[in-house]
Write a protein that binds this ligand. Structure first.
Ligand code: GLN
Ligand code: ZN
Length: 759
């Protein structure tokens, strides 16, 4: 009988119970005992939700993040997080967020970084040459005991030692890999302890195996997986998010008792795995998509699985492709999606149901489970042929795409002349990135409008008043290029997604982003179409209030794509280009409405890079093409800006250049312009606004700091091509901070301007 299992379950709770319990504890409104009781109850609920699986992951629960859990268990939480006599969980929260409710003095919070190519963020372990590991796994072992005592068929889950070191910081890669001999004995000890509890299988996650690894990481892997399999429990070495590619043969030589592979992301690898992985060892196939929310094609799964099952029998295991942490909990209470859309979707709980159907059909034959299979088949067929998915207008527009190859009518050097004449901007033009502080008043206006307590006319009038206020402030500050302030937007993706055909919104589709934070990504289920203008009225109104150029403000196609759950029935590239066409329609309308500058934000371009270098060109090709499509056909006189929340462009410089935005604004103030090195005069031909005001910190920038940053920038980029602006949008800040900071920024720009062009 085939074994079905799961790699990890969302721990935040279907109603985000963990989020609320954590935040209440952090605020001091509830006790540690309350929090731990909520934790225990969520674990029990999750194990119950996974009933029917042959092996249930245990140890995947976390109060903040699984990497931080490992750091605590390995005894390497940063020393600054420890407080004499504090509860271990408070030290843990201090390591995560700088604060715990037990003391008022904060420490530096741990660094958050994205977990591979997901939107889940982990706390980066801080290691040094002096790091000593020691086992502190009582809480973990207690969770395992808890599960076993409840009769849960527990499979313990751990992050593997090499991935742990690979994702750490504090030492160069090779020096981190060199810590492995100190780390392995602690893993051995932990595995031994699990063995003593009676745990048969341990799932040891090594997703670093699907990245491009230098030789020293391979040596570390060889060392680890020759030793660990003899520590007691059987090991299921788990990889996900991509295929093993050229490393497959090598991994097959390690004496682990089982291997999990992601055949949703790397279906092409299955044949090679089947011939390379020995028949007498467990092969776990990640066949249900753990990264998306669509129902699976069960017929197609069975077509592939039946022959494998015939050969491997109970050494074949089935699972979601990766931990279900990356999808919402359950569809049951979903209210945002209509019945038809719901019938196309599978959240974590429903995905486990799909696994059960697969296992049963393999055991009893398809005929015995014809009803369940027919139901899945019907849903899929309905989705495939639905008129909500396919729109002939979009298909026609996509046909015409090849004609939209080059973005602008003339080359940048030509456009620059025309734009100079039209815009008449001074040297060192000053601007902001788009949003202004989202005050309580603004939030209330939006939510009253949403709830229907405020009519369209009143809402428009009140929002216009907000715009008028922000324009007046910008006049007073003396900025050169204005923004309307984005008061009407709750989120830079959701605002557009709500107005585009092809998107839907769930009410319960929460996915953990970091700590207690969750996001609810929109779903792209069908062809994307812009039925009407989305931003023009606000932008036009804002422009009518001033003679200064107002920037029309849009979210770019790649960012809309990367921050949504996307269709799985066509390549991401096609969806991205459909989004680009929708953005383009808006760009052209803004231009026709008299906006002379349009900014297309691509905040998420870099994070969409595939895990393997070899896959970068294909992604970057369509990302650049999408930008070109979005800006295609605008007049030379219209200035196109883009904004990106980072400046590590060294390895994607060619693509940034190819986007050919007239102006790019980026984040640089925290890195003190170091990262601008790749933006030297030779390499970046157009205009740049390197951020000079770190909007992520509450500190006020001083005139000296801003001046130093600009001088530094001017050494690399000629002054005629430099803009002066903050790092990112200002929506999370307060006006009391923003006003003096922008005033200083403008003063510095004006001073530099006078120095360069004495009157
Ligand atoms: N225009 C957006 C804003 O200012 C950009 C946000 C972002 O880059 N994340 O809020
Ligand atoms: Zn930004």
């Amino acid at each position: 009988m085939v074994c079905i299992h799961n790699l990890g379950f969302p721990r935040i709770g279907a109603q985000r119970e963990l989020k609320f319990a954590l935040e209440s504890y952090w605020r001091g409104d509830s006790s540690l005992t309350d929090l731990q009781a909520q934790g225990a109850s969520l674990r029990r609920q999750n194990w119950q939700r996974q009933q029917g699986l042959d092996r249930v992951p245990v140890g995947d629960f976390s109060y903040y993040d699984q990497m931080l859990d490992m750091s605590a268990r390995l005894g390497v939480l940063p020393a600054r997080a420890h407080r004499q006599g504090a509860h271990a969980l408070d030290d843990y929260f201090r390591a995560a967020r700088g604060r715990a409710p037990d003391a008022s003095v904060g420490v530096a919070a741990g660094q958050l970084t994205k977990w591979f190519d997901t939107n889940y963020h982990y706390i980066v372990p801080e290691l040094s040459a002096a790091t000593v590991f020691s086992l502190h796994a009582d809480d973990y072992l207690e969770q395992v005991r808890e599960a076993l005592s409840l009769g849960v068929p527990a499979k313990a889950v751990l992050i593997g030692p090499v991935t742990y070191l690979y994702l750490s910081k504090g030492l160069e890669g090779e020096a981190r890999a060199a810590l492995l001999p100190r780390l392995l004995p602690v893993y051995q000890q932990l595995l031994q302890a699990l063995h003593e509890l009676g745990v048969e299988w341990v799932q040891i996650d090594e997703p670093a195996l699907v990245t491009d690894l230098p030789a020293y990481w391979w040596s570390a892997y060889e060392q680890a997986y020759r030793v660990l399999p003899a520590s007691g429990p059987k090991l299921l070495l788990s990889t996900y998010f991509a295929g093993l590619r050229e490393s497959l043969q090598r991994v097959c030589l390690w004496p682990v008792q089982g291997l999990h592979v992601d055949i949703v992301r790397a279906p092409e690898e299955l044949e090679r795995i089947l011939s390379a992985w020995p028949l007498d060892r467990v092969l776990s196939l990640g066949i249900i998509d753990g990264r998306n929310i669509w129902r699976s094609d069960l017929d197609a799964c069975l077509d592939r699985l039946e022959p494998i099952h015939a050969l491997r029998g109970d050494r074949l295991w089935l699972a979601p492709s990766c931990s279900l942490l990356h999808v919402p909990v359950a569809l049951a209470d979903e209210q945002g999606l209509d019945a038809e859309l719901k019938s196309w979707c599978a959240f974590a709980q429903e995905k486990l149901g799909e696994l059960q159907v697969l296992a049963q059909a393999l055991r009893d034959g398809r005929a015995a489970h014809a009803v369940a299979l027919a139901d899945a088949r019907q849903a899929l067929a309905a989705r495939r042929s639905s008129s909500r998915v396919h729109d002939a207008r979009v298909a026609a527009a996509m046909e015409a795409l090849p004609a939209l190859r080059s973005q602008r009518l003339s080359a940048y050097s030509q456009r620059r002349q025309v734009q100079r004449q039209h815009l008449q901007l001074p040297l060192y033009p000053t601007t902001t990135i788009g949003s202004f502080p989202q005050t309580d008043e603004i939030r209330q206006l939006r939510s009253r409008y949403r709830r229907g307590e405020l009519g369209e006319i009143d809402y428009t009038r009140l929002m216009q008043a907000q715009i008028a206020q922000s324009v007046a402030l910008q006049e007073k500050l003396g900025l050169d290029v204005f923004v309307h302030g984005e008061a009407e937007r709750n989120d830079m993706v959701e605002y557009f997604a709500e107005q585009l055909q092809g998107f839907a919104f769930s009410s319960q589709g929460w996915v953990q982003s970091y700590g207690s934070r969750c996001v609810k990504p929109p779903l792209i289920y069908g062809d994307v179409w812009r039925p009407r203008a989305m931003t023009v009225a606000w932008a036009q109104y804002a422009q009518s209030l001033t003679r200064k150029p107002m920037k029309g403000m849009l979210t770019g196609p790649v960012t809309l794509l990367n921050w949504s759950f996307v269709r799985d029935d066509q390549p991401r590239r096609s969806t991205c280009l459909q989004l680009a066409l929708a953005v383009r329609a808006e760009v052209l309308d803004l231009e026709a409405a008299g906006l002379r500058i349009i900014q297309i934000d691509e905040a998420a371009l870099r994070e969409g890079l595939p895990l393997r270098r070899a896959d970068w060109p294909a992604y970057l090709q369509y990302a650049v093409q999408a930008f070109a499509v979005a800006a295609h056909g605008v007049e030379d006189a219209t200035q196109i800006h883009t904004h990106m929340c980072y400046s590590d462009f060294a390895d994607i410089m060619d693509s940034i250049i190819a986007m050919d935005a007239d102006v790019i604004t980026i984040e640089t103030s925290r890195s003190a312009m170091q990262l601008l090195a790749c933006f030297d005069e030779r390499s970046y031909p157009n205009e740049i606004g390197p951020g000079v005001y770190d909007i992520h910190a509450p500190n006020q920038p001083t005139a000296e700091q801003i001046e130093r940053l600009l001088e530094e920038a001017a050494r690399r980029i000629p002054a005629e091509r430099l803009w002066v602006n903050p790092d990112c949008g200002l929506k999370t800040r307060r006006w009391e901070e923003v006003l003096p900071a922008l005033a200083t920024m403008v003063q510095v720009a004006q001073r530099l301007r006078r120095q360069a062009q004495p009157a």
